[in-house]
Every structure is written in structure tokens, then in C-alpha cells.
Design a binder for this molecule. Structure first.
Ligand SMILES: *Cc1c(COP(=O)(O)O)cnc(C)c1O
Length: 482
């Protein structure tokens, strides 16, 4: 269904939607892009979109909306309390995620704040397959610690393992035994594990985690922000589920968790977030925190129009022809780059194509932020804005020491149904050029470093004049091309 065969034997992803509303893009000359880098502290978060051609920073809130979603936004019920829009969302959550109690939150990290506030205290340890920046920041904010329990295979850039997001079950058991179950408030499983390249876990792995949770009487929390794509990859890669529907697989997964939380900015392509459960006691425990931090229980800091879009978007995540688009474009880009020798995370995951800066910038030590440097260099030569997912995105330890990331990745996000295949080919072309000229890329240093989530607003500076040299080489090879 998601795979249309071509007579020529070419294997290119075919769009199963058409474009009806468009937005003009700006491809500014490289000289302006160099200025923009200095103005934005060599941090792609701080670029202005008038200087950005393809915005591959994130999939958060940037997926294309469907006609059904924008249509639904017109019939929203504006009310502080008791809005029908909320009840429509609740119904969609019950149908799609299989949970009857829903607590709305303004986005994913707000849900993380509520969960950490309720369950994490000094001395708590939260085992997880891998951390996500905001999930970790909230847990540590409340005095807890995290422990990441992936299998070694997950750290291999080029692998053929279908489920690099799997939790290491033996280690999970060991960690809980050592630390004491009473100090483990919950186990966190993140669908399509974001920071290791959007890598899924299998349903079988989730069942095994559930068994450990039951053994010790610990809650299992599922971060479902990227669950739709994880479900799609289970259907593609896990034998038991190849003939099951997206809806069946999704419910099989959410059934295994006590609490499911999500960023609707990703899961259902709009704004918002939420926490849901079938456990009334858990619901009661979290309920008072929503009006305190988010807003009343029937809007949670989200506009009612967005709530309507969330409800429709949730149901659309069960549509394989919709969900497959982004993973197939990513697979196409990753495989094309791999064929050109550019090191990328394989197998291709979801969310984006991840380029391995540790290899591309092997000459730049981690203390000079190779992934940040690659993100800046790639923007310079293409106008494409990616995101650093390496040591800049890490936080310092409790003593203020730098902690180096396991992986140094440049993530080129491919939000759902936003880009065309010719744009993907442009990315491939410029990345291949940059790879050939990789020796020209140099390191970065912090000149402004915020204490939490420094990657968002931090300011950096290049070490030396490598950006100017890279620009000169670009002009030599591309003439006056944009
Ligand atoms: C984005 C994301 C979050 C945080 O969601 P926001 O809506 O950006 O606050 C949490 N978990 C995962 C896996 C994410 O990808």
C-alpha cells in the first residue's frame, strides 16, 4: 500500500497527497548566509527563517496540516470549561491510544514537567532506552537521575538492526535490583528514539520491559511523541505484525504502558500535548497539576482550534499512506548519501536523516563540537537548516563538567509531507559536496552558554576563519550560483 512499484525498477518514494497551499521560500546568497551565521551565534536555532531555504531543524509543529485538520479548526468550541472540542479529542485519544483519561498539556515537555513533578524526587532513578533533552532536563530539575539502557548495537552508526531503540532487558533488571525498586518511580520508553537517529523499538521488546515492570511493581511510561512512525516500522520490520493494521499495532503498544504521554506537535501535526492513562488513581494524582501549570482541564494551555486539529491528526496517524511519507523520504535520502560515501545513521529511522559528524569531522575534537560545526557548515553551503544533536545538545554534569555525547549527529529533519523530492535531491547534492570538502570545516567554541538546555539559545564562534575559506571554495566550484 505504501510502496508503489515503478516499471523502470527505480525505487523512489511517491507522494500520495497534493499541494494546495504553498509558502514561498528564501534561498539567499552564501555571503548573506555567512552573515546570518555570525548574527545567530553559529547556532541554527537562532537563524531567522528569511535566511533559511529548507527548514530541516525539526519536525516539531512543522508537519503539513491536512485539509481535514484545518477544516475541523473552524468548528472549535471556545469555552474555558467543558468545551466540546476537548471531548472530541478525548474520544480520539480513547479510540486511537486506548486510554480513557486524558490530561491536556501545552506541549510534550509540559507533560514531562507534570510527570516529573508528580513522581520524581531526590534520589530517584528513571531507567530509559535513551534520554530526550527535555525529558532529562525535567527529571534532573526535580533531583532525579536517568540511566540509559540501549544495546551496544544502537551506538553503531551503520547497522542492519531493525530495532536499535530496544531497551537492554538484562541491564534493566540489574539496574532496578541494584538501585532498589522503590527508588525507581517509572521506566520510560521512548518510541522512535529521537537522539540516536529516530530508531524504533519492537513490540516484543516493549512486552519484555512490561514483564520487568510487573516483576518489580514499577510503572511503565511511554513517550509516544513519535509513536506513529514507530508503529509503521514495526509493521515493516517485525514479522508478527506484518499483516496487522496500524491501529491494532498502536493499541498493542499503548496497552502495555500505564501512562502514555506525547507531544502533539509531532504525533498529530499541530500544537499541544497530553498525558493519558486508564488508571484512575494515576489520573487523580496528576489532575491538580494541570490547572496549576497548564490551564483548565478541558484546554490545558492549548487553543480549542488546535485541540480540534489534534483530534483529527491523531486519527490520521493510523493512515499508513500518510505516516509512510516521511520515513520513505528519509530512507531515500539516507541511502543516497550512503551510496555517495557520506556516513549516515542506518538503517534509516524516522524524523530525519542523521549525518555522522564524528566521521565527517573526524579532525575536530568533541571539545570543539563537530556536530555543531557541521550544522553551521551545511547551512552555509546550502541554506538548509539542520539541528545539532551532539555535545552542544548535552548538559553539563552536576559539577559543571562538559559531558560528551555518545554520538555527534547533524539531524536533517524531514517533517511529514512538507518537502518535495527535488528538494531532497538538492540536500543530497550539497551534502555530497560538503563531504568532499570536509577538511575545510573547523571547530566552534561557546561564547554564551545558558545553564539549562544550552543548545536552544547558546552562542558560539568559529575557531579561526574556516567559514570564509569554505565560502571561497563554494564560490570557486559553484560560480555565482545561490
Ligand atoms: C519533541 C519531543 C518531546 C518534547 O515535546 P515538545 O512538544 O517539543 O515539548 C518529548 N519527547 C520526544 C521523543 C520528542 O521528540
Amino acid at each position: 500500500m505504501s510502496q508503489v512499484k515503478f516499471y523502470s525498477g527505480e525505487n523512489i518514494p511517491l507522494e500520495l497527497h497534493k499541494v494546495r497551499v504553498v509558502q514561498k521560500l528564501h534561498l539567499v546568497p552564501i555571503e548573506r548566509r555567512l552573515e546570518a551565521l555570525y548574527e545567530g551565534g553559529f547556532n541554527t536555532f537562532r537563524l531567522n527563517t528569511t535566511d533559511v531555504f529548507l527548514d530541516m531543524l525539526t519536525d516539531s509543529g512543522t508537519n503539513a496540516m491536512s485539509d481535514q485538520q484545518t477544516g475541523a479548526m473552524q468548528v472549535a468550541d471556545d469555552a474555558y470549561a467543558g468545551s466540546q472540542s476537548f471531548f472530541r479529542l478525548q474520544k480520539a485519544v480513547e479510540e486511537v491510544l486506548g486510554k480513557k483519561y486524558l490530561l491536556p498539556a501545552h506541549q510534550g515537555r509540559a507533560a514531562e514537567n507534570i510527570l516529573s513533578k508528580a513522581f520524581v524526587k531526590q534520589g530517584s532513578l528513571v531507567p530509559m532506552n535513551y534520554h530526550f533533552t527535555t525529558a532529562m532536563a525535567h527529571i534532573t530539575q526535580y533531583g532525579g537521575k536517568i540511566v540509559e539502557l540501549l544495546y551496544d548495537e544502537a551506538y553503531k552508526i551503520k547497522s542492519s538492526h531493525p530495532f536499535k531503540g530496544n531497551m537492554n532487558i538484562e541491564k534493566l533488571d540489574e539496574v532496578i535490583k541494584q538501585h532498589g525498586a522503590k527508588n525507581v518511580p517509572y521506566i520510560r520508553m521512548e518510541a522512535s528514539t529521537n537522539l540516536i537517529g529516530g530508531q524504533p523499538f519492537s513490540v516484543q521488546n516493549l512486552r519484555d520491559v512490561r514483564a520487568i515492570a510487573d516483576k518489580y511493581g514499577i510503572k511503565l511510561v511511554l513517550d509516544a511523541s513519535l509513536l506513529g512512525e514507530n508503529v509503521y516500522l514495526v509493521k515493516q520490520r517485525e514479522e508478527e505484525f506484518k499483516d496487522k493494521s496500524m491501529a491494532e499495532i498502536l493499541l498493542t503498544m499503548t496497552d502495555l504502558a500505564d501512562i502514555v504521554y506525547f507531544s502533539a506537535r509531532k504525533l498529530s501535526s499541530s500544537r499541544g500535548g497530553g498525558i493519558c492513562t486508564n488508571n484512575h488513581e494515576i489520573y487523580r494524582e496528576l489532575e491538580p497539576l494541570i490547572p496549576l501549570f497548564e490551564g483548565f482541564l478541558t484546554y490545558g494551555g492549548i487553543s480549542v482550534r488546535e485541540i480540534e486539529a489534534m483530534a483529527v491528526g491523531l486519527r490520521e496517524t493510523l493512515d499508513e499512506t500518510m505516516i509512510c511519507q516521511s520515513p520513505r523520504f528519509i530512507e531515500y535520502l539516507a541511502n543516497s548519501l550512503d551510496a555517495k560515501g557520506v556516513p549516515v545513521v542506518l538503517p534509516a529511522g524516522v524524523l530525519g536523516c542523521h549525518v555522522d559528524a564524528m566521521q565527517v569531522c573526524a579532525h575536530i575534537p568533541q571539545s570543539q563540537y563537530p556536530a555543531g560545526a557541521l550544522a553551521a557548515a551545511f547551512y552555509l553551503v546550502s541554506g538548509v537548516r539542520g539541528m545539532e544533536r551532539g555535545s552542544v545538545s548535552n548538559q553539563r554534569d552536576e559539577y559543571g563538567n562538559e559531558t560528551y555525547s555518545d554520538m555527534e549527529l547533524l539531524r536533517l529533519a524531514v517533517p511529514r509531507r512538507v518537502f518535495t523530492l527535488s528538494q531532497i535531491k538538492y540536500v543530497e547534492d550539497r551534502m555530497a559536496w560538503l563531504y568532499e570538502n570536509r577538511e575545510l570545516i573547523g571547530g566552534l567554541k561557546f561564547v554564551y552558554e545558558p545553564p539549562v538546555l544550552r543548545f536552544f539559545m547558546g552562542g558560539l564562534e568559529p575557531l579561526g576563519d574556516w567559514p570564509q575559506k569554505l565560502m571561497a571554495k563554494f564560490r570557486k566550484d559553484f560560480g555565482d550560483s545561490l
